[in-house]
Write a protein that binds this ligand. Structure first.
Ligand SMILES: NC(=O)C1=CN([C@@H]2O[C@H](COP(=O)(O)OP(=O)(O)OC[C@H]3O[C@@H](n4cnc5c(N)ncnc54)[C@H](OP(=O)(O)O)[C@@H]3O)[C@@H](O)[C@H]2O)C=CC1
Ligand SMILES: CCCCC/C=C/C=O
Length: 324
């Protein structure tokens, strides 16, 4: 028997999440049956989508875990997996929802990156750029929430592809990090006197591509800065996730007509059949020093809600993870 801790939701979020929306529970887990494995979480992920996918349960995505005991030959004791078992310290799985960590994962690369640059957020960046935007050499790309898990990878991949990259982020420390990563232009959207002027100054020629993570007001101001025939990958809309009442206009249609823009929403799982090859490609970039990784690590399973709320507040530079 193992004592498993789990975070459950006791009240659905109303606006910004609160401590009182979460409760820590402890339960005894049975030994795994034939075909099952017992997992212990090593790192857990907190992600913005967790704000909108759970209704009465905490999210089913995403942690790296180590197999403690196993009656499933596909997952021997000591093997590492990405699992979708929720905010739990331990869980029993029949293996169906487990993704083995890449076979030749280098020993000097933290397993936590399987939740970040070499995981779902990194894949989101890659597919948004290659499958949705079809970004071409010498184009100008704008990305917002640029110092976050997805945004920093977007900017770095766009630089690998020979593009001009402009990033916006919510603190001077984040802007300094973007410059360190090689972004051509970066600004703090919270302190610039005018977002419109900042966007114009960063790329007077306009933007071929927008990798949209934020939505809302930022989107309204950015669309008129697109070049004619500009492309927009709608990845996220984090500025709206905590709204009690949906935001209303201005609406994008007139600008889209005049500029003849193409806008496509996506979720990264559309291309999951490409994940093994894509993860290998990004690991190679990492090992070659072309892709840098930074993490915002919160220690302790008991701090999951604090880590999640910190992410929504913008505390993180790079990927926000919890080390158990
Ligand atoms: N479509 C898909 O398949 C996926 C979509 N996403 C989306 O991508 C986006 C980025 O996710 P991810 O990289 O994991 O998260 P991040 O690591 O970027 O963390 C979230 C960041 O969003 C910014 N933010 C928070 N509130 C606001 C606000 N009101 N206005 C503007 N910015 C805000 C903060 O940065 P700052 O200090 O700069 O404001 C914060 O650090 C999200 O919208 C997410 O939903 C993520 C994964 C998959
Ligand atoms: C259930 C996993 C969804 C991952 C896609 C995320 C979208 C936005 O954050």
């Amino acid at each position: 028997m193992v004592q498993a801790k789990s975070w459950v939701m006791v009240k659905h979020f109303d606006g910004f999440p609160k401590d009182s929306d979460f409760q820590l529970k402890v339960e005894e887990l049975p030994e795994p049956k034939d075909g099952e494995v017992l997992l212990e979480a090593v790192f857990l992920s907190v992600d913005p989508y967790m704000r909108w996918v759970f209704w009465n349960k905490l999210p089913e995505y995403c942690k790296t875990a180590e197999t403690l005991s196993s009656k499933n030959p596909a997952f021997p004791v000591g093997s590492h997996v990405v699992s979708h078992c929720g905010w739990r310290s331990h869980s029993v799985s029949d293996g169906a929802d487990l993704i083995p960590i890449m076979a030749d994962w280098p020993s000097d690369v933290s397993l936590s990156l399987a939740l970040g640059t070499i995981g779902m957020p990194g894949l989101t960046a890659l597919y948004g750029i290659e499958e949705v935007l079809g970004l071409q050499k010498n184009e100008t790309l704008l990305v917002n929430a640029a110092a976050g898990a997805v945004g920093n990878v977007v900017g770095q991949i766009a630089k690998i592809k020979g593009c001009k990259v402009v990033g916006s982020a919510g603190s001077d420390a984040k802007v300094a990090y973007l410059r360190e990563l090689g972004f051509d232009e970066a600004f703090n959207y919270k302190t610039v006197p005018s977002l419109e002027e900042a966007l114009k100054k960063a790329a007077p020629e306009g933007y071929d591509c927008l990798f949209e993570n934020v939505g809302g007001y930022f989107s309204t101001v950015a669309l008129p800065q697109m070049k004619t025939f500009g492309r927009i990958a709608v990845c996220g809309s984090i500025s709206t996730y905590n709204d009690g009442t949906p935001q209303t206009g201005p609406y994008p249609h007139f600008t889209m007509i005049v500029k003849q823009l193409k806008m496509e929403g996506f979720t990264q799982n559309r291309w999951q059949h490409k994940n093994p090859e894509s993860l290998k490609r990004m690991m190679a970039w990492l090992k070659e020093g072309k892709l840098k990784c930074r993490e915002h690590v919160t220690k302790g399973f008991e701090n999951m809600p604090a880590a999640f709320m910190g992410l929504l507040r913008g505390d993180n530079i790079g990927k926000a993870v919890v080390a158990v």
